[in-house]
Design a protein around this ligand. Sequence first.
Ligand code: BGC
Length: 755
Amino acid sequence: MSEQTSSSTYPSVNDLSLEEKASLTSGGDAWHLQPIEERGIPGYMITDGPHGLRKTAGDTGAIDLEHTVPATCFPPAAGMSSTWNPELVEEVGQAMAEECIQEKVAVILGPGVNIKRNPLGGRCFEYWSEDPYLAGHEAVGIVKGVQSKGVGTSLKHFAVNNQETDRLRIDARVSQRALREIYLPAFEHIVKTAQPWTVMCAYNRINGVYAAQNRWLLTDVLRKEWGFKGIVMSDWGADHDRVASLNAGLNLEMPPSFTDDQIVSAARDGRISPKQLDDMAQGMIGLVNKTRQAMSVEDYRFDAQVHDDIARRAAAESMVLLKNDEHILPLSKNARVAVIGEFARTPRYQGGGSSHITPTQLTSLLDALQQRGIEYDFAPGFTLEDGEQEQSLVDEAVNIASKADAVVMCLGLPEYAESEGFDRTSLDIPAKQLELLSKVRESNANVVVLLSNGSVVSLTPWQDQAKAVVETWLLGQSGGGAIADMLFGDVNPSGKLSQTIPLNILDDPSMLNWPGEEGHVDYGEGVFVGYRYYDTYAKEVAYPFGFGLSYSDFSIDNVSVERTGANTACVRATVTNVSQTAGAQTVQIYVAPGRSEVARPVHELKGFAKVFLEAGESKEISIDLDERAFAYWSERFNDWHIEAGTYGIEVATSSRDIVERLDIELEGDGKSLPLNEWSNMSEWRKDPVGGPIVKRMFEEGRDGRIPALPENNLGAELFLDAMPINSMSVLLGKDGKVLTQFLLDEYAKETDGLH
Ligand code: BGC
């Protein structure tokens, strides 16, 4: 590459005509940037994502979801998020980039880090968590991994795309606090730590404004506050007003609506400023330049077998062992096993919609058992269509179950039941599968259930019938091998839930406002999403956030917490594998705020570490907690705020399994707002300047210099505390006015020049 072409500013936007600049702000076709060949700007391909490459075969300019080139299907985020292993996620990212290089794809569209606000959301399988800390700290691995090879990512869908119902138009009405604490932090963390080369804006509106036209979101927050350096593209068809979007900070409309002339005329008549157009177009040149090197590699072939192995390792860490009564798992290698369920032969390994890819190979559980030389009987038990149960399938399944030592039942959601494009209406798996489970259970008590689904399903109605339940999510192309390894103990399950499994969907805090009505949805639960709600309000759940068993047993000792600054801390602990089996434990750190001016969740995840341990081995872990770990978003300050006081630091193995809790005292950030006549007495008392003035007011009242307020009267104090000081006259008539003025005059004297 010549020195000139490697520069992110070549060619400069100053060398381009107005028409050329405008042309850079929309795609060439459904999957390509618009080239300007004579200026040396190629029309590179950008395509899905997010858990493997989905590139249209043949005419690559068309939208053809059916025919795509073979690519490794890694576990979708539903699975990968349960690994709690960002390094592994990064390896997957590197592998995906290699496939992009072979296929000459400059940007892969993902990861998608929207919050799983409600488990019925149709794209929960593609998203990472109900918790923004976990989502950001895992998905960042994809961005780092892909971009380390010179290929771009597109962090999507920015922002607040949490449902499929009416997704192209819905107005998500969210408080500033919930935005900052729940819906934006995963994006924020990834932007600040990994600088994705592109961000994809969402379809929906946020507090009335389409994401594509939302200057507050795309410019003020993303670029100015977080320092984003890349370009923003629209989701496919999300740009409804080229001029408004470009002014808001959208660099690229995808796919093109062939309306670049609108940009040209708006630039001519001043509706778009020259600087804004230059910035947007220069961003596009910068993106092309970042990818030039990788896109100029010729005849590159990725190693499909190596990538399949990575997919298998990722699948192995994605499985969550929910229950294992009598240590039925792992199964003995000599056990006579009946395998029941169509999913064993026809795995559900990825979700439906724009992320659907053609795998390079596919290993079902039956394939994997054969490869291992395991003898088994198989009965499909049910079909994957939405039809009636067939009695002959039940009879066959019961028959093989009755002759087996153990039964492995593969249950879950068929493809028709969940996908991008629509939300589910129930958490239940199809009734015919559950009827089959009851019948099988009657003939064999040793039932192991393997679940395949992209978002949680109800377990309560049936889990008593199984001795073991493993949530395998959607495991990608190599899931069959990973499951077989886990069943027979060659893989020790280490996944942890990134999503709470509720007892009943009606317990979910968002259900009062799901999925909205008349074009809008109110996020009435505020920051109380998922476990933040269940744990704060002590609601029983089927399995808590962060939960997952292992074949090993672990202990966590020597827990200590040390302040490292006014509002930061470091947590240390020793994790030991106290069993005979190598395995991994994920230690989770939750911060529990003490008394607060605002309603805060009882605790929130602020750190984690996955520790791999041989039998008997111990390791020290240390996890830093930065200021953000303790802060809430204050709508009053329009900023993060750390209150002084006591905070609990919980060292845990799930949000409900707290191993140890230690308290620390923080100094707080000392922020305060100027007091005025509308501040109430309680605010005056607590303020560093106002507090002493209030004391003086009482003293001078006692001495008779000004009117006296009632003292040692709790009722009156509480009453006064709640009143803005300009209302004191309501209680005290003219005397009240005198006191209000006293407070304001004294405050003015003391703060002269400060506020
Ligand atoms: C999806 C995006 C996807 C795009 C291109 C949209 O419908 O929401 O996630 O990247 O299509 O396929």
